[in-house]
Design a protein. Sequence first.
Length: 196
Amino acid sequence: MLPWLRLIRAGVGALPEPRIDLLATTRIQLRVWPNDLDFNLHVNNGRYLMLADIGRIHWFIRSGVLGTARRHKAFPVVADAVAKFRRDLRAFQKFEIQTRLIGWDHKWGFLEHRFVRDGRVLGVVAIRGVFKGPDGPIDPQVFLSNHADGLAAPELPAWAHHFHRSTELLSELLREEERSAVSGALNRKQTLPEGR
């Protein structure tokens, strides 16, 4: 099935379902289709990220967070993702994506997507993201206050702290490389002899 058809189906299917608590886990049943496979005939590593998008949209609708985003004229942006693969998924197998919010800080929200078949976790995709409004990123505590007034952010698990720190370090490395490249380009421009 085409990815965008799955996304629409998951979104429309979530509309009549009851609202869930902010920290509850949503579950959506899917099946592996041939276009999900790579040359090894199991689900392509990159496809897991797309499938996580489906789980996330389902969670956004069921939790009511998507409605809040619309009121703030905001949209979700995934900044970073990490994946752990344990077992493979093959053509036509059914599986479940379990999605939950694991915590947030002053800027980032952290969600986890577990890929489960026959009670076993086959893989996990975790993301760090923000909701961006007209004036930039929205503080999750402000954004989520409509859903959990006074609810403190849960303590992030140790792996999520490491994920957070690693992505911050990588971001700083990339910013430093960009600064060095710009500085080097300016220096080269200043030292070039003027044409006659």
